[in-house]
Design a protein around this ligand. Structure first.
Ligand SMILES: *Cc1c(COP(=O)(O)O)cnc(C)c1O
Length: 524
């Protein structure tokens, strides 16, 4: 516990402080006046509540940081020995086994770190080689450290003044990434908190550019504006339409083909049918959420151009393929996009959140989105990013992205993508080798969607069989696969992005799968 300690609120003036070190009669007078004012009650607050900017508690903080970083390292370097998904602690009503109300008095560090350990033990464990359930990776080392540094500096991406270095670094790095996607010399981008916000911002800009509604809103339009997207597009597209006044009915769901890609003929038909309304944008997906399918970007880009539609590519998941010389062709046509969503927080292993929205004409943001804030200094020659994003105050995400990209290089990023593909091939072969398993489609990315269709189980029990298999794989095979709804049924989704997943991990998984299939449980 915190003992009663006497800290001076006014710290001794450092020698030679400022340009003039001569005795200053005014300073002495002012210091006396402040010394009489009420100091902060230090007995009410822990000594290490803040890091003292004059170094007074450095040793204590250093010990504390060493302790926490030890906890983190233990956690991550032993991730393979825990379950990919933790069981919730039993006993307490909440299942958390933690105090969840605010204590009247400060809590000492030691019990607090114990609570922290409990909480860490109940975390999803994406670092486990058997964690394949979602698009959530283990964190790159430098993004973890970058997040730590960003937190320590506590700058604000709202304005250049509040993040002088980072507000310059972000547009420069995002411009390089936008060019990597082939978006051309006028391209640029922003980091935002998640792909949903990236899609929202892209569609807002598309709407403002195409419909000129920035000032007067949608009320003046004679036709209800609509956009077209795959029936398998991410739900954030409909969410964006709802937020932007189009309503969820403003998204026309285009049917997909047998490979779960948007059907080009169906797109043409949908545009023709929507002409009475006001189609203004075509949204393609590069990496659908359940099957990892990539819409035919080149064909869709050409259609969008022909009809004067804004072409947005939601490459939140699949964008990373630009780093792979071997697989970047799968994104062919993405260079036609007016805007692109790309989430480094997924297959680029950067800690959450780290998502981006890229624009072919970055200038569109100034002309069709910017709301100038009077409290921001504008004469730095750099944009205040808070005027160009939906968010105002924003976390500094660029440090962890920049550090990770510098550390990996393009070659490292490409190698990670290619290793994922190799593992996917092994996985897909194992599915094919088992007649009671079916693939949803030929995987185009490192995402395998499949389900069990055992002919010894009645068809109407297949969802239950797959659900029981999921639990079996977690407990007996130490692998977590998710079981999303896909076309009205439960299908497994395996996302093979953990570089520590080995062929032997997959062998264990399929051995557990075979054991389950051989159980011959009674499903009638
Ligand atoms: C993940 C994803 C999103 C949403 O990103 P969030 O960061 O979860 O908001 C959007 N679109 C696609 C295709 C995605 O895979």
């Amino acid at each position: 516990m915190v003992g009663p300690q006497k800290h001076p609120l006014i710290l001794p003036r450092p020698p030679n402080f400022g340009a003039d070190a001569r005795p200053d009669p005014f300073h002495a007078k002012i210091e006396n006046a402040f010394a009489r004012s009420e100091p902060l009650d230090r007995t009410a607050l822990p000594r290490d509540a803040f890091i003292d900017p004059t170094g007074q508690n450095r040793a204590a903080i250093e010990a504390l940081m060493a302790q926490v970083s030890g906890q983190i390292l233990d956690h991550l370097s032993q991730a393979a020995t825990r379950s990919p998904l933790p069981p919730l602690a039993a006993g307490d009503k909440t299942g958390l086994d933690l105090p969840t109300t605010i204590p009247p008095l400060p809590t000492a560090i030691a019990p607090l770190l114990n609570h922290l350990q409990t909480l860490m033990g109940q975390a999803m464990n994406p670092a486990h080689p058997g964690y394949m359930g979602h698009m959530d990776p283990l964190p790159s080392t430098l993004s973890l450290l970058g997040d730590w540094v960003a937190a320590a500096l506590n700058n604000n991406m709202l304005s250049v003044e509040m993040s002088p270095g980072f507000s310059r670094l972000e547009p420069l790095l995002m411009q390089d990434i936008a060019r990597l996607f082939g978006l051309g010399p006028q391209a640029g981008g922003l980091l935002v908190s998640g792909g949903s916000l990236a899609n929202l911002q892209a569609i807002a800009v598309a709407r403002n550019v195409k419909l000129k509604v920035q000032q007067q809103g949608l009320a003046g339009l004679t036709r209800p504006p609509v956009l077209l997207a795959s029936e398998l597009a991410h739900t954030s597209i409909r969410k964006a339409a709802m937020v932007l006044g189009l309503g969820t009915d403003g998204v026309i769901a285009v049917p997909t083909d047998g490979a779960n890609r948007m059907d080009v003929a169906a797109v043409e038909a949908a545009i023709a049918a929507a002409l009475a309304a006001g189609p203004f944008a075509l949204v393609a997906t590069a990496g659908t959420t359940v099957t990892g399918s990539i819409d035919p970007l080149a064909a869709l880009g050409a259609i969008a151009r022909r009809h004067g539609l804004w072409f947005h590519v939601d490459a939140a998941y699949g964008g990373v393929l630009v780093f792979s010389p071997r697989y970047r062709d799968r994104l062919q046509g993405i260079d036609q996009a007016d805007s692109v969503t790309f989430n480094p927080q997924k297959w680029l292993y950067v800690t959450k959140t780290c998502a981006s929205v890229l624009f072919r004409q970055f200038d569109h943001l100034h002309q069709h989105f910017q709301i100038a804030a009077p409290y921001m200094n504008t004469d730095t020659g750099w944009p205040n990013l808070g005027e160009l994003t939906v968010q105002g105050t924003r976390h500094v995400d660029v440090v962890k992205l920049w550090l990770t990209l510098q550390h990996f290089g393009k070659a490292g990023c490409g190698a990670l993508v290619e290793a994922s593909y190799a593992l996917t091939e092994t996985f897909v072969q194992a599915v094919r080798d088992r007649p009671y398993l079916t693939l949803a489609n030929e995987p185009e990315m490192n995402l395998v969607c499949f389900r069990g269709c055992p002919d010894w189980v009645p068809r109407d029990r297949w969802d239950d069989w797959n659900q029981a298999l999921q639990a079996h794989l977690l407990h007996q095979g130490h692998c977590f696969l998710s079981l999303p709804q896909y076309r009205g049924q439960r299908w497994f989704k395996a996302v093979l992005l953990n570089p520590f997943t080995e062929p032997s991990t997959l062998a264990d998984l399929f051995a557990a799968l075979d054991r389950f299939a051989a159980l011959g449980l009674d499903w009638d």
